[in-house]
Design a protein around this ligand. Structure first.
Ligand SMILES: [Fe+2]
Length: 196
């Protein structure tokens, strides 16, 4: 005897990760990042490696710090994120802040999120094998129960980042970076987008 009918299901409150390759001369970007590390001391936030001071889009300081190519990539990230946000969420960017991360051997980032940032972008300048996966975890109540234990990517996603690729994620998601066990630096550009 059939006792069920007309079942309905909607997946609700989903998050996303969206990525795209961005054309850039990564050799020059690596040089600029390593020179910046010599020029300016690290700030300490989630990093147990180097993190540059924050820069803002359209301010002259990045050029003064020799980051012309890096700024051009930030501009590309901004253009792509603007298109993405307009088409998918019908909104636009008010403010863009960015910085450079360099994790040498045995360096990592502890779990954190980006505060009031609406959309975060991560562009990988150098991502050698074994230089640390990016781990993203949901930060709603599902973290405290077992319902999604057996669902692939139900609560946690580990990414082996690809150099030259920009990843876009909701800014509220918790994330961290595993320890770099390779001999080469892992270099990324983090971009915070704040919406109007
Ligand atoms: Fe982060």
């Amino acid at each position: 005897m059939q006792m069920f009918s007309e079942s309905l299901n909607d997946d609700i409150f989903t998050d996303f990760i969206h990525s795209v390759k961005v054309e850039a001369d990564r050799g020059t970007l690596i040089q600029e990042a390593l020179a910046l590390k010599e020029l300016r001391e690290t700030v300490y936030v989630s990093n147990r490696g180097y993190q540059s001071i924050p820069y803002h889009r359209d301010t002259p300081r990045a050029s003064e710090d020799g980051l012309e190519s890096t700024e051009r990539v930030v501009e590309s990230c901004y253009e792509y994120a603007s298109m993405f946000l307009r088409h998918k969420y019908d909104c636009s960017i008010e403010k863009t802040q960015w910085w450079v991360n360099i994790n040498g051997k045995n360096e990592f980032n502890v779990p954190h999120q980006h505060g009031r940032c609406d959309l975060m972008g991560l562009f990988y300048i150098a991502a050698p094998s074994q230089s640390g996966r990016l781990v993203i975890e949901r930060n709603d109540g599902s973290s405290y129960n077992s319902l999604y234990d057996n669902v692939p990517m139900g609560r946690r996603l580990e990414i082996d980042p690809e150099a030259g690729r920009l990843y876009l994620l909701p800014g509220h998601l918790w994330h961290w970076v595993e320890s770099n066990v390779s001999e080469d630096p892992r270099i990324s550009l983090a971009v915070n987008f704040y919406l109007n």
